[in-house]
Design a protein around this ligand. Sequence first.
Ligand code: 5GP
Ligand code: ZN
Length: 114
Amino acid sequence: MEDCIFCRIAQGEMDAKILYSDEEVVAFQDINPQAPVHFLVIPRKHLHSAFQLGEEDQHLLYKIFHVIREISREKGIDQEGVRILTNVAPGAGQSVFHLHFHALGGRRMLWPPG
Ligand code: 5GP
Ligand code: ZN
């Protein structure tokens, strides 16, 4: 999709610190990390948010969580704890309208989130 920064990152048209990439998903460091480890995992397919996921996207969801687990292992945070979240709509904090899952770790996470 034009003018979508995450589509542009996925297509290599915009710089990002890529952690993993294949034909379906891309993982990269968040530009404004909120924890010692903070990366994003996105589908290459442009979906506005999690509410646009369809039944045909079930594999994509598995894949995203699989990639989060593998990167968390590589970064050594899989045992101590990883916060995985996706914001839907601005009221929840969504600011980029291409589905992405945040993975945060390396520090104690608070609950409830702000
Ligand atoms: P949201 O607020 O939509 O849940 O999350 C968007 C996330 O994307 C934010 O954590 C923000 O720091 C990150 N972000 C926004 N623009 C860029 C960018 O150009 N590159 C990277 N790597 N991350 C970005
Ligand atoms: Zn997009």
